[in-house]
Write a protein that binds this ligand. Structure first.
Ligand SMILES: *[C@@H]1O[C@H](CO)[C@@H](O)[C@H](O)[C@H]1NC(C)=O
Ligand SMILES: *[C@@H]1O[C@H](CO)[C@@H](O)[C@H](O)[C@H]1NC(C)=O
Ligand SMILES: *[C@@H]1O[C@H](CO)[C@@H](O)[C@H](O)[C@H]1NC(C)=O
Length: 382
């Protein structure tokens, strides 16, 4: 990780920065992206999660795990088409790609594969954010290179890593703020916080087998960021990353919504991030991918642990079980006929890639307790 210490910042022009690090990867600083904020008409912020596209080479790449009659005419382009249909149906304010965006082993050229995979999001001009999975680095670019490519793409709010931290594990650890409705008293405040983390690929510790995990350096950054944000406002937060936490295995069908059709492929060790989240207190739900045929949400100690459900057609799946996407809609409280207040509720559902984009498993993940109820202390912004 020492290479971060040698990161050199070169000022290229008044408006753009190019970062050049010791590996020679040039990465443009993200554009001054537009501030995320709640929609004034509906008092909502809508997030589409796309988990495990496993994109490779577009129309040359076949689909996996379908009914026999579905294999003809099915390629990566069906994954792109599903994104387009979801955008059209749900009109998200943000699209989040939770890793294994490309399936590196099969993609001839990582940059070309990513350009194709994210093309529907870019064409829609909707802001989008991505994190890395465990397969993104298996083509022609390293994890570092993949993240560097992503942050230079159009309309993305993805970040390489926090600029104010010298050493952090992984690539693509960052947070985004969603401000109140334009023109309202909360317009300059973050009333919803989003965290994105790199959950790694595989263990690099010889005595520990299996997948990667969220490291102490990342947890320190999360703790510090959460504390700073909570000093400014008691906004609820959501976290997105690829590999499920070991706590996803604490549920069964009696206490989750959705299905579990395969094991929970978390790391073989517990790095304590769930406890860190509980202590911090702002994150109400965690969204991961990785296990394509699990799509449940369960609540543990006040935090919802949710899978996105497999999205991509070149990803393993289950024949006869539709590819799917998770929506999250965060709604504001109406404080008067023309003024929106703080976040009132966080809801989720999934849509299947069938003819009608059938919506399933709607649930409320979190809601603000009305003043005077059991809640010990009403939450005040500011
Ligand atoms: C993939 O897309 C093609 C072309 O639109 C369509 O004919 C086919 O039914 C789709 N396959 C699946 C499995 O959705
Ligand atoms: C928000 O910031 C803008 C720009 O600095 C300022 O014009 C506006 O008055 C601020 N509004 C509130 C409610 O703080
Ligand atoms: C879910 O229910 C099972 C019993 O059916 C129980 O063992 C488990 O602890 C519960 N999990 C949570 C997170 O409540």
């Amino acid at each position: 990780m020492a290479r971060f210490l040698f990161t050199v910042i070169v000022l290229c022009s008044l408006s753009s920065l190019i970062f050049v690090n010791t590996l020679g990867i040039r990465r443009p600083a993200p554009n001054d992206a537009k501030q995320l904020r709640f929609d004034r008409k509906k008092g909502e912020f809508r997030i589409l999660q796309v988990a495990d596209m496993h994109y490779a080479d577009g129309k040359k790449t076949p689909c996996l795990d379908l009914l026999p009659q579905q294999f003809a005419h099915c390629t990566d382009l069906n994954t792109s088409n599903f994104i387009n249909r979801m955008i059209e149906a749900e009109k998200p304010d943000l699209i989040v790609f939770t890793g294994d965006n490309i399936f590196g082993f099969d993609a001839e050229d990582a940059a070309a594969s990513m350009n194709a995979a994210f093309a529907p999001a870019i064409a829609s001009k909707i802001p989008w954010a991505a994190v890395l999975g465990n397969h993104d680095q298996e083509s022609t670019l390293s994890r570092e290179g993949v993240m560097a490519h992503i942050v230079g793409m159009k309309h993305t709010l993805s970040r390489y890593n926090p600029p104010d931290v010298d050493v952090i594990d992984g690539f693509g650890n960052y947070n985004l703020e969603v401000h109140g409705v334009e023109g309202s008293s909360l317009m300059n405040k973050s009333i919803l916080n989003l965290y994105f983390l790199d959950s790694g690929d595989y263990s690099t510790v010889p005595s520990i087998p299996g997948y990667g995990w969220i490291k102490p350096s990342q947890q320190f950054w999360f703790q510090k960021t959460s504390k700073t944000l909570q000093k400014k406002s008691k906004a609820p937060a959501l976290a997105y990353f690829h590999i499920p936490l070991p706590e996803f295995a604490y549920f069964d069908s009696s206490n989750f919504t959705g299905v579990r059709q395969e094991g929970i492929s978390s790391a073989s060790v517990n790095s304590g991030f769930f406890t860190t989240l509980v202590e911090a207190g702002d994150v109400k739900a965690v969204f991961t991918g990785h296990d394509h045929i699990n799509d449940f949400c369960g609540k543990l100690t006040g935090i919802n642990l949710c899978y996105g459900g497999g999205f991509g057609y070149h990803a393993y799946g289950k024949a006869g079980w539709s590819r799917r996407a998770r929506m999250v809609v965060v709604s504001l409280e109406k404080v008067s006929h023309d003024e929106w207040g703080a976040v009132k509720s966080i809801k989720t559902w999934k849509r299947l890639d069938d003819e009608k984009l059938t919506a399933v498993d709607g649930q409320v993940l979190w809601s603000q307790q009305p003043t005077g109820s059991r809640r010990k202390k009403p939450v005040h912004l500011g």
